[in-house]
Design a protein around this ligand. Structure first.
Ligand code: ZN
Length: 707
């Protein structure tokens, strides 16, 4: 877990962000069956939220994800069910060696002699939705989804609509038995369903698995009934007795009760035959009526399964042998460029639609400029694409490399805003430099501009920025200072009253003479964080001097192209020195990266216009470093660990005011280490070097003594 927020404001902001994000993923997962993040990533968000709520209990929001979870259960059409016997997951193997290792591990665990046969079952692994169906007194009493393996959702009425699932078991079945398997939709049924959905203007499902999940988890079982769902049994859970001594015996008994099993379920006592079976299934894969993603092997003898038991959530007696990614050939019809929220230009290949493993693919990511060059792809080429799991399909090979057609030229300007698009030295990603005006980046940039570390405008948060952007009231930072002209427009909007509008406008007016370093940081220029912004202003004094200096760097770079071309370290260090001398700074952290980022930013005409526009609205305070007499003047101080009463930036600013230099790492030049709780390697190093270490209170006393 990363550090907790340092202040209430920070905590409140993060809780708000988390509440929104978790709600979004809940909706995607539960209502739309189209999750965008893994369960582990989702859990991490919830954990982070809970940790902050625990540390700042007074900030718990009315729409806290925890409050929501309770509400979701109560109000949810599907109630929760605790599984008597958990649904396990399977370990994965990808190569023949992985499977040989698995077999060897099992033999070792059971201390089998070399001539003792080890029988394994093999069956294809359907890409569906796990379901556990409970029979008491041979009557179906409950069907529940896997959920997290321990708690699932009750879908009994829905399961009853699936023809493959018997409503009662014959008299020879045990009194209590849970059959487990996969609910799935065939490829053909999936295509028909999507066609019907599309014709009706309804949601299109991404793949058969999502369609099956969405169809089963309906509050109205009549919807499920109308969907062509199938079921295939592959195991069992809670039971009062089993009919046989082996996996095969029990599965055949289940089949006898009326459940379909895989046609490919077979038993082997020889690993090479097992692998042959795997390859035969793989060869038939494209023609199978349903999506599969591998073959599952299980130790056949139940007494051995018992002895082998479980590691964490997976049995030691089973493994899933996954198939490699599925491939297909098609034509690359066009290459489009998308601009992300950070300004990154991503090429997307538009394909002649092709089916890969039951899913129609019409777009592929081409990653970046280098990837296009590597593949040598041009619109019109035949390409081989692959799709692995839910990952976005990609091009693995260009089959034609037809040089007669015009080559694809990666754009040098942003397709969204026309600003220059450049790749930094040593980087493959090309980015739009029109950060202030690019529509793709606008929202994120404006949020950053008003954020706490930048202009810190009270009452102007993500929600209002989004609202004003959508309403066309703001486009660039300067527009924020012109919002007062739109007072009536804002008042007319829902949720705004005289008082809230006037408070907001007053908060904006209060920032008309902003701190120059905060304003510079707020521009969101790459590599210019809050500390670098301060360092730059220490050299320049006045922010107004910056564009001229940045253009000087640009011209110098243009006039000395060999410096960029040479990767020799000498040239870089000469360029570093040049950048420093132009910017009149001595700070180590400022060099080529910062200098070139400033150069690219201010060379972009759109940014200069936005800058001039902004400077017409604000009057930044000249930057003065006030230094006071203090016992740490001229010394180098390092802060580490968690600071309780101030942020790291504030501590560094204090050090500067006391005439000390705040450094980021401990070295022989360090004079003093201020260590909060959780200080790690820096503390150790300081102790090794014999550097004086004090705590936050000790530092506060030094500040206090300086008066
Ligand atoms: Zn742009």
């Amino acid at each position: 877990m990363s550090n907790l927020p340092e202040s209430e404001a920070e905590a409140a902001n993060e809780l708000m962000r988390l509440a929104k994000e978790i709600a979004k993923h809940n909706r995607l997962y539960h209502a739309e069956d189209a999750p965008e993040i893994s369960d582990a990533d989702y859990d991490a968000l919830v954990k982070r939220n809970n940790a902050i709520e625990a540390a700042f209990p007074n900030l718990v929001r009315p729409d806290s994800p925890n409050a929501q979870v309770g509400a979701a259960v109560a109000g949810s059409p599907l109630s929760k069910v605790r599984h008597e016997v958990r649904l396990y997951s399977l370990d994965n193997g990808f190569s023949d060696e992985d499977i040989a290792d698995f077999v060897a591990r099992v033999r070792r665990f059971l201390s089998l002699s070399e001539d003792e046969p080890l029988c394994l079952t093999a069956e294809d692994k359907i890409d569906g939705l796990s379901l556990s169906i409970r029979y008491e007194d041979r009557k179906l009493v409950r069907a529940a989804t896997r959920g997290d393996g321990q708690v699932g959702e009750d879908v009994t009425p829905n399961a009853l609509t699936i023809a493959d699932i018997p409503q009662a078991l014959p008299d020879d079945a045990p009194e209590l038995f849970e059959v487990r398997g996969e609910v799935y939709m065939s490829k053909a049924a999936f295509a028909d369903l999507n066609a019907a959905q599309e014709a009706a203007g309804e949601k299109i499902f991404a793949n058969p698995r999502n369609a099956a999940a969405g169809s089963l988890r309906q509050k109205d079982a009549r919807v499920t009934e109308a969907r062509p769902l199938r079921f295939l049994a592959h195991g069992w859970g809670d039971h009062s007795a089993v009919s046989g001594d082996t996996q095969t015996d029990v599965m055949r008994a289940i089949e006898g009760w009326g459940f379909p099993l895989s046609d490919h379920l077979k038993r082997f006592d020889d690993v090479s035959e097992l692998l042959e079976h795997y390859r035969s299934i793989e060869a038939q894969r494209a023609d199978m009526p349903y999506d599969i993603d591998g073959v599952v092997y299980k130790v056949d003898r139940l007494d051995w399964q018992q002895r082998l038991g479980f590691v964490a959530k997976a049995p030691r007696w089973a493994i899933a042998h996954k198939f490699p990614a599925e491939k297909a050939e098609t034509t690359l019809e066009a290459i489009d460029i998308q601009v992300g929220r950070t300004g990154k230009l991503t090429p997307v290949g538009r394909l002649m639609p092709v089916t890969v493993g039951g899913v129609v693919v019409s777009n592929v990511t081409l990653h970046n400029r280098d990837e296009i060059e590597r593949l040598g792809v041009r619109p019109g080429d035949r390409v081989r694409i692959q799709r692995a799991g839910d990952v976005i399909p990609q091009v693995v090979e260009n089959l034609t490399r037809n040089e007669d057609r015009p080559a694809f030229h990666f754009p040098e300007t942003c397709p969204e805003c026309g600003s220059e698009a450049v790749a930094e030295e040593g980087e493959v990603d090309v980015r739009c430099t029109g950060g202030l005006i690019c529509p793709a980046q606008r929202y994120q940039r404006l949020i950053h501009f008003v954020s706490r570390g930048a202009l810190d405008i009270d009452g102007l948060g993500e929600k209002s920025i989004a609202e004003f952007l959508d309403a066309g009231l703001i486009h660039s930072p300067a527009d924020i200072f012109r919002l007062r002209k739109h007072r009536d427009d804002i008042l007319a909007r829902e949720g705004w009253q005289e008082k809230s509008v006037d408070n907001l406008l007053a908060a904006i007016e209060a920032k008309r003479k902003p701190d120059a370093a905060r304003l510079l940081f707020g521009l969101g220029i790459r590599h210019v964080g809050s500390v670098t912004a301060r360092d730059l202003l220490k050299g320049l004094g006045k922010l107004e001097r910056l564009p001229g200096k940045a253009l000087e760097i640009y011209d110098y770079r243009e006039a000395n192209p060999q410096m960029e071309a040479e990767s020799d370290g000498k040239f870089k260090s000469r360029m570093d020195e040049k950048v420093k001398s132009i910017l009149e700074v001595q700070t180590d952290g400022i060099g080529v990266a910062v200098g070139f980022a400033l150069a690219d930013f201010f060379h972009e005409k759109h940014n200069r216009e936005a800058w001039d526009d902004l400077m017409g609205e604000v009057d930044p305070e000249p930057f003065v470093v006030e230094t006071r007499e203090s016992e740490v003047a001229g010394k180098t101080v390092v802060f580490t660990g968690k600071l309780e009463t101030m942020s790291r930036d504030e501590a560094k600013a204090q050090a500067e005011r006391l005439g000390a230099k705040a450094a980021g790492s401990v070295s022989a030049k360090t004079d003093l280490l201020v260590a909060g709780p959780g200080a790690g390697s820096k503390m150790k190093k300081a102790q090794e070097l014999g550097i004086e270490v004090i705590d936050e209170a000790g530092w506060a006393a030094i500040v206090e003594r300086a008066g």
